[in-house]
Design a protein around this ligand. Structure first.
Ligand SMILES: Nc1ncnc2c1ncn2[C@@H]1O[C@H](COP(=O)(O)OP(=O)(O)OP(=O)(O)O)[C@@H](O)[C@H]1O
Ligand SMILES: [Mg+2]
Length: 269
């Protein structure tokens, strides 16, 4: 199963990807994490790696080459998802060239690429490479792939969600984050993927959980689990250290992970 973690900037996507990856590993899964956020660099150390992998963007010739292929395709009036920007037809995890993956304890991390320079052009090629990688990537029976998505909804414009099975939206206690979940739900359905629901994050009281759940419910979005506000998570992100969930957060994430895995077999795709 390929699952995608979306949400508003700063809502906790990378944190939840890291905690879910740890839980999936505990359940005996082989986890592949795809860092598709072109801006933030923190995911590799949150997961406990000492360096990030080489970007997949370089595996397909670099951003400029992908940009040119996209421009050529648009000029010929091709739809973006039909453009050939990745020659390889399929890819299994053991076929990813060693420089392009880092690995520890049943977890592999791959990364689309980051923006390094001003005036280097828009991020469209990043979304296209993410989508094409996801389309080609073939999971072994015990593998699960988790995408740490860039903030917001631009990736829907690139059709990234057409290549995943399940989408979840992280929601922090703010109206903006709640409204975005509704948008993510609609766009996921349009993309033909399965919207599993919202993961409430940074929730500081049972009353706050009720308010956020009710507001989401008013928009037709269901909450599949809640992670409280844990100062240890924030301290770990301030230190730049590996994110090890303390007991409460780990138990909260375990419930969400098992809910995700429970539905793995029944996804309509
Ligand atoms: N449950 C939590 N309790 C306390 N702090 C949290 C929690 N979840 C996330 N944070 C903090 O919120 C900040 C943003 O988290 P994170 O980087 O995971 O968000 P993000 O959605 O990936 O952000 P971006 O959109 O920038 O990629 C971090 O400082 C993190 O430590
Ligand atoms: Mg992030």
């Amino acid at each position: 199963m390929k699952i995608c973690i979306c949400g508003k900037g700063g809502s906790g996507k990378s944190t939840i990807v890291t905690l879910l990856a740890a839980d999936f590993k505990r359940s005996g899964k082989d986890v592949i994490v795809l860092d598709s956020d072109e801006s933030n660099a923190s995911l590799f150390w949150m997961l406990g790696f000492d360096r990030p992998p080489h970007p997949l963007m370089d595996l397909v010739g670099g951003k400029r080459a992908v940009q040119q292929k996209m421009i050529a395709g648009f000029t010929k009036n091709e739809d973006e998802p039909t453009m050939t920007i990745w020659e390889m037809e399929k890819l299994l995890s053991h076929e990813i060239p060693p420089d392009y993956v880092v690995e520890n304890e049943n977890c592999k991390l791959v990364m689309t690429g980051k923006i390094h320079q001003s005036l280097e052009g828009c991020a469209c090629p990043m979304g296209a490479v993410t989508r094409e990688f996801l389309k080609r990537f073939q999971l072994a029976p015990n593998e699960i792939l988790v995408v740490d998505m860039e903030a917001g909804i631009e990736h829907f414009g690139r059709g990234v969600e057409t290549a995943v099975d399940m989408v979840l939206c992280v929601v922090e206690p703010s109206l903006e984050s709640i409204s975005l979940a509704k948008k993510v739900m609609s766009l996921t359905t349009e993309a033909g993927a399965f919207f599993k629901g919202a993961i409430l994050n940074k929730i500081s009281s049972p009353e706050q959980k009720d308010v956020v759940t009710e507001k989401l419910g008013d928009l037709g979005v269901s909450a599949i689990g809640t992670i409280g506000y844990h100062s240890e998570i924030q301290s770990s992100c301030l230190d730049g250290s590996r994110l090890n969930a303390q007991a409460t957060a780990a138990a909260e994430v375990a419930d969400i992970a098992s809910e995700i895995l429970r539905h793995a077999v029944s996804i309509p795709k």
